[in-house]
Design a protein around this ligand. Structure first.
Ligand SMILES: [Zn+2]
Length: 162
């Protein structure tokens, strides 16, 4: 279930910078998502029964406009973090327990994305055989990966997640 905040929602606190999206008791907050990736991140992370809050086009001193996605009751596993790294490498992750931030970090960037995205080369063996795709990070800004099988290089934005 995804609740979208309406632009007309009143601020929930006198400090709109920290309370642009309602606080959660336990769970994960993904912040500093590029505005246009917000819904994609929510779709990627949310499971069927998750309670998810989405803030879109929030003001950010660092980024201009950003998105925030909050998932109640769950912390992210390593695979989900890898998928997040591919589509929103600038995002930050906060782990919330009893309404307190117990851990905050930038999405860890793996050296290798294993079985995370489909190779965009239609002739690549990974698109024809049951081989897991393996893509090495060759540049982080913009995020660029090289398929270790066909040795073609792609921007992360060109890739579809598996
Ligand atoms: Zn390939």
């Amino acid at each position: 279930m995804v609740d979208r905040l309406r632009p007309s929602d009143p601020p929930t606190s006198s400090n709109p910078r920290v309370r642009q999206v309602e606080a959660i008791l336990h769970g994960t907050v993904i912040d500093h998502i590029p505005g246009h990736m917000t819904l994609k991140v929510a779709n990627l992370l949310a499971r069927e029964n998750d309670q998810v809050s989405i803030g879109m086009n929030l003001r950010s001193a660092r980024m201009g406009r950003k998105g925030v996605v909050k998932i109640s009751g769950r912390e992210l596993d390593a695979r989900t973090l890898s998928r997040l790294a591919l589509i929103a490498p600038s995002a930050s992750v906060s782990i919330i327990r009893d309404t307190q931030v117990v851990q905050k970090f930038t999405v860890p960037m793996p050296k290798l994305f294993e079985d995370i995205a489909r190779c965009a080369n239609p002739n690549c063996v990974t698109n024809h055989e049951r081989w897991a795709s393996r893509m090495e990070v060759v540049n982080t800004d913009p995020l660029t990966v090289c398929c270790i099988y066909c040795e073609r290089t792609f921007l992360a934005t060109e890739l579809a997640l598996l």
